[in-house]
Design a binder for this molecule. Structure first.
Ligand SMILES: Nc1ncnc2c1ncn2[C@@H]1O[C@H](COP(=O)(O)OP(=O)(O)OP(=O)(O)O)[C@@H](O)[C@H]1O
Ligand SMILES: [Mg+2]
Length: 355
């Protein structure tokens, strides 16, 4: 097992530990009041069950929440094949369209939504999803409706799980100390950065970028999903902050800018590169938000200076100094990946299918 990072540079005794060991927590940060906290732990996609999943009963009132001209869906338009994911608010099913035989992801709220504020939050998730339209690195929202009080969102299916699952798998390798190879980390960053640039160009902040919300399509492309927390740029209203583990420090003071997404992506990158079990609170939580960011120093876990420097720029405590998404796309590594992708797109796709 890799030794713990040298903590002598820091004033406190809290420490980051490798994934399989629990983090020591010292003291709480200011509690975050949000209707979506506390978060429940993620349940990884389950293995397909043979018994068909129950579809909702007929004759319930249906409200369509999207106004697309093409066919509107309802629950009975799908055969539900298996549950593929669960978050704090919804379950996600793999389903086959009865009319077109195509596979989709159907996200269904866990319980009926009667409260206006909660309903509005779901409506916003849907509206932002529709506003984002098609982009190769966004899990596309296709249609949404309300049935029996539950909210349903029909989405593009990302069949190969989320980035958290991929990280957990990597950790299990090499006797529990495995991690993603760095060139794969750059490819994942490239994908998410393309998607995030599109999100920010549309004037939307995601505000919940984290490995569970980054989803793999069948050909291994990483896509941003779960727009359940996001808000529009310049929106004055108070709101949700997303997952505390990946949360930017300024969100504690309700300062919301696209830079918050850069911090969350930066700390996600840090998790991918180090394999540390990131804290939810405590002194180390604060250190990571004050630029005191330890990296493993042993030879096995070596991280390139390019990647370290980028992580530091993305996790800058000052949102105004943090690298922007446009700046990120201009860094040499991502530029060269972009050229590589253009020139060898078939080979590149094939290579990614293997991971
Ligand atoms: N389009 C999709 N294709 C495949 N799997 C998906 C899709 N959307 C979501 N999932 C899976 O379902 C899980 C939960 O979905 P999602 O994050 O959207 O739910 P949530 O209740 O809003 O979650 P959170 O707790 O993050 O707020 C994801 O982590 C992912 O594994
Ligand atoms: Mg989620």
């Amino acid at each position: 097992m890799r030794p713990l990072p040298d903590q002598s540079a820091f004033e406190d005794k809290s420490e980051l530990v490798l994934k399989k060991v629990r983090i020591k927590e010292s003291e709480d940060i200011t509690p975050i009041s949000s209707p979506r906290t506390p978060k429940t732990p993620k349940i990884c996609p389950k293995t397909p069950t043979k018994t068909p999943l129950r579809t909702p009963t007929k004759n319930t009132t249906i409200h369509f929440l999207t106004q697309k001209k093409r066919t509107k869906s309802t629950s009975n338009d799908f055969d539900y094949l298996t549950e593929i994911g669960e978050g704090s608010f919804a379950k996600v099913f793999k389903a086959k369209g009865k009319m077109d035989n195509k596979l989709y992801a159907i996200k269904k709220s866990k319980r009926p939504i009667w409260e206006t504020s909660e309903r509005n939050q779901h409506i916003q998730e849907i509206e932002n999803g529709m506003k984002l339209g098609f982009h190769n690195n966004i899990a596309q929202v296709l249609c949404a409706w309300e049935e029996g009080g539950h909210i349903y969102i029909q989405m593009e299916l990302c069949e190969r799980g989320n980035l958290k699952d991929a990280l957990n798998l990597a950790v299990q390798e090499e006797g529990g100390a495995g991690k993603l190879p760095e060139y794969i980390i750059w490819q994942y960053l490239y994908d998410v950065a393309q998607g995030l640039a599109h999100v920010h160009e549309k004037g939307i902040m995601h505000l919940d970028i984290k490995p569970e919300n980054l989803l793999f399509s069948n050909d291994g492309v990483l896509k941003i999903g779960d727009f359940g927390v996001c808000s529009s740029a310049n929106e004055e209203k108070e709101g949700d902050e997303g997952d505390q583990v990946y949360m930017a420090p300024e969100l504690l003071n309700d300062i919301r800018t696209p830079a918050a997404d850069i911090f969350s992506l930066g700390i996600t990158l840090y998790e991918m590169a180090t394999n540390y079990n990131l804290p939810k609170k405590g002194q180390m939580w604060r250190n990571l938000r004050e630029g005191k960011i330890p990296f493993p120093e042993d030879d096995d876990a070596i991280i390139s200076d390019d990647l370290k420097n980028l992580i530091l720029r993305m996790m800058d405590p000052d949102p105004a100094k943090r690298i922007t998404i446009q700046g990120l796309l201009k860094i040499d590594k991502l530029q060269s990946l972009s050229c590589l992708k253009r020139s060898t797109s078939t080979l590149y796709r094939l290579q990614r299918k293997l991971f």
